[in-house]
Design a protein around this ligand. Structure first.
Ligand SMILES: Nc1ncnc2c1ncn2[C@@H]1O[C@H](COP(=O)(O)OP(=O)(O)OP(=O)(O)O)[C@@H](O)[C@H]1O
Length: 340
């Protein structure tokens, strides 16, 4: 393992902000830590970087305990949300910063700066003033600066946080390609799930200083481990139900569940795609409370007539009912997950 955290704990004023975290990152792996604000993501990065001492547990790099090893000797690169470029220096000097710290010869520095600016898609930008760059270009400079000393581990804190959505979506694809090509090992934190899913080989969801779930993007998306993770991913159709065989008894009536589901009292997740609209006199009677255009589909919010929490359905653009319409609801077992 390139990086291992074992029982890593950080306390502030008696509260554990990192609470016995265990995490391994293999060489060439891109891991994204995802979680709500305050869940401890930045503290985790700072602990690995050597900017935050642990109160208990260990950080190992290449199997070596990093206790007492200062940040600049850990061989990790860091890129923060507010990219912290030096505004009074030009692009080249910013990228060369990490190299000068390592006493690289001048000619070699110039060569490496050119190479990196090509790599991040800013060829020939070395003499430009940082202030003349757009947000996205500054982000690329910050990335080039972090990559320049060839860190064995690159750490990104909300790397695309401040950029607008279309630029973020483009950069995330570029980053993934770049990391794959360079074989960079990456530990990134973000609160944006689409960013994490697009970038990562593996996502780690944090909750209150602990790891709630770790898995490939597909695993986490398909099988959130509990209600917290499901809701964090944006799934709203979660109810308690009693699972017996291949059905769950819920406030929404009997809901079919996949074969082999855990039995007894459970949280049941119904993906919006598994909420099927049927004629108004069949299934669960509902009224359309709201609808939101989502580009590829319409999210239809349904209020069950006989009380119970609202349901979200994903409807094809042309088939979405209007607000106020009475509809019936059926369920599709393939889109239902028994949690826990
Ligand atoms: N130096 C500090 N002293 C006291 N409390 C701190 C300190 N640094 C962080 N905290 C607290 O630790 C908790 C976790 O903070 P952290 O920044 O790691 O969370 P985060 O998941 O990165 O959040 P965000 O997404 O908002 O950046 C927060 O409640 C924060 O207020």
């Amino acid at each position: 393992m390139l990086l291992s955290l074992a029982e890593a704990t950080v306390r502030f004023g008696g509260r554990a902000v990192l609470d016995g975290v265990g995490l391994d990152v293999a060489e060439h792996e891109v891991v994204c830590v995802l979680g709500p604000s305050g869940s401890g993501k930045s503290t985790l990065l700072r602990a690995v970087a050597g900017l935050q001492p642990l109160d208990a547990g260990r950080v190992l790099l290449d199997g070596r305990d990093q206790a007492g090893v200062p940040a600049h000797r850990r061989g990790v690169g860091l890129m923060f949300q507010d990219h912290q470029l030096f505004p009074q220096r030009d692009v080249g000097a910013n990228v060369a910063f990490g190299l000068r710290m390592h006493d690289a010869p001048k000619a070699q520095q110039g060569e490496r700066v050119r190479e990196l600016l090509d790599l991040v898609g800013l060829p020939g930008a070395a003499r430009r003033a940082v202030a003349s760059l757009s947000g996205g270009e500054q982000q690329r400079v910050a990335l080039a600066r972090a990559l320049a000393p060839r860190p064995r581990l690159l750490m990104l804190d909300e790397p695309l946080g401040q950029l607008d959505r279309s630029l973020r979506e483009r950069l995330v694809v570029e980053l993934r390609e770049l990391f794959g090509r360079l074989g960079t090992t990456v530990l990134a934190v973000t609160h944006d799930q689409s960013e994490a899913f697009a970038l990562a080989d593996r996502v780690v969801v944090m909750r209150d200083g602990r790891i709630a779930q770790s898995g490939t993007p597909l695993e986490v998306w398909q099988r959130p481990v509990d209600e917290f993770v499901a809701r964090f991913l944006g799934f709203e159709n979660v109810v308690e139900g009693t699972v017996t065989g291949e059905a769950a008894d819920t406030v929404w009536g009997k809901v079919p569940v996949p074969p082999g589901a855990a039995q007894g009292v459970r949280s049941v997740l119904v993906r919006p795609a598994g909420v099927r609209l049927v004629p108004a006199d069949e299934g669960l009677r509902c009224t359309v409370a709201a609808r939101t255009f989502k580009g590829t589909h319409v999210a239809v919010h349904l209020q069950p007539t006989d009380d119970g929490p609202r349901l979200e359905a994903a409807c094809a653009l042309r088939e979405a009912p209007e607000v106020g319409d009475a509809v019936g609801v059926g369920f599709d077992a393939a889109e239902i997950v028994v949690l826990g």
